[in-house]
Ligand binder design. Sequence first.
Ligand SMILES: [Zn+2]
Length: 139
Amino acid sequence: MNPQESPETILAGWRFQWFGWLPLEQVQDPDWCPEDLVLLVNYLQETPIVMLPVSGRPLVCSLCGEIIGKNGAIQSDGVFIWPISLGHRVKKHHLRLPTNFIEHIRNRNYVIREEMLSLEEEDHIEMLQLQIERYLLDQ
Ligand SMILES: [Zn+2]
């Protein structure tokens, strides 16, 4: 990835179905403040955790010290996957979301699908494996 690229450029061209693992400074944009930011953040934060490492130590935000959740936890709405820190970083630290991810959330009217909320743990694991395979194919 070209280090000269602005967050806006990187995120406009984002074509993956994962997000939230880039260094914060690459995708931080204090000027980004869409009208539906609260709805986007709620969607990110309320989507179920699909993978929780056994150790599950608390994840403390390195920027503000807030406890975000369990370290290593991954959330998914069945299409995108992201780390538990993403909602917090968007809400508190001006992390900008990729265009395709925003459009996806808006297309769903900020509603988390019922089937995601009622998944059993083994369904989560199966789904996550599919998503990781998709992620690896993107590389
Ligand atoms: Zn923080």
